[in-house]
Design a protein. Structure first.
Length: 172
């Protein structure tokens, strides 16, 4: 996919399948979409990016099971790796929102973003990201939120630019 100039037909097919399928098939399709976007994301047209953003938005509007949440989180991180601007609404409204409570999907997506595209949340709002991760990883709450938050905290210690920021490291 890296050298393939025409990834749009494949992305269109995968987004359509992800929208119509259910269960494990939908999870697999979204995982495939994440890999295609990661490897061929620089060749995506605006319409393909828009359809991927719509798919991601729909997932945040529901309460997906963990396997689908993981697949959507990977897709989100893969798109952010190439085009974080297209995800600005999702990142500010669902990931770093002070108005909405964190969800399993938002916490898993934060982890995937720190792993795959660590600069995105750092540039968007590093302090809010650290606050969220520390709050959720402290425990006492929902383990479905605390586990990915603890993973995120560990990833922050390993990934640039997080690990190179002394202020962030002192808080972690």
């Amino acid at each position: 996919m890296v050298h393939q100039a025409r990834v749009d037909p494949l992305v269109t097919e995968l987004v359509n399948l992800a929208s119509t399928e259910e269960g494990e098939v939908r999870d697999s399709v979204c995982n495939g979409l994440a890999k295609v976007v990661y490897s061929g994301g620089k060749n995506l047209s605006e319409s393909s990016v828009s359809s991927i953003v719509d798919l991601i938005s729909e997932a945040f509007a529901e309460t997906p099971k963990e396997s689908y949440a993981n697949a959507i989180a990977r897709t989100t991180a893969s798109l952010a790796y190439h085009d974080s601007e297209s995800l600005s609404f999702i990142l500010t409204s669902f990931i770093l929102s002070a108005q909405l409570p964190p969800t399993q999907l938002s916490t898993i997506t934060t982890r995937e973003l720190i792993d795959t595209a660590p600069q995105v949340l750092y540039d968007l709002d590093k302090d809010a990201t650290v606050d969220l991760v520390l709050k959720l990883s402290a425990g006492g709450g929902n383990p479905a939120l605390a586990r990915p938050a603890r993973d995120t905290k560990e990833l922050m210690k390993e990934r640039e630019p997080w690990r190179d920021d002394d202020a962030v490291m002192s808080r972690l």
